[in-house]
Ligand binder design. Structure first.
Ligand code: ZN
Length: 86
């Protein structure tokens, strides 16, 4: 299977499926967040910088494998308003 990801302009659905797979592959299906309660086995992909904060949706550098537990815990934490520190 070719690993070149050239068709960045395809529909979100198939692009996301591809990127998600690449990220899970890269991180060997192990959760990269490892919060308390982590199940280690990654089934989801987490945005390091959430889209709401201007993160890039399909940038491999902004994505990491995450288990369902960590992903859910993280979004709960991020739900509060961002505080401006500058
Ligand atoms: Zn986890």
């Amino acid at each position: 299977m070719a690993c070149t990801v050239k068709r960045w302009n395809k529909t979100y659905g198939s692009t996301w499926r591809n990127v998600r797979r690449h990220v899970l592959d890269r991180d060997q299906y192990r959760c990269q967040i490892a919060m308390p309660g982590c199940t280690v086995t990654a089934t989801q992909v987490d945005h390091v910088i959430p889209l709401a904060f201007g993160g890039s949706p399909f940038d491999m550098a902004n994505l990491r494998a995450s288990c369902a537990s960590c992903n859910a815990g993280r979004s709960n934490k991020l739900r509060r308003k961002p505080s401006r520190t500058w």
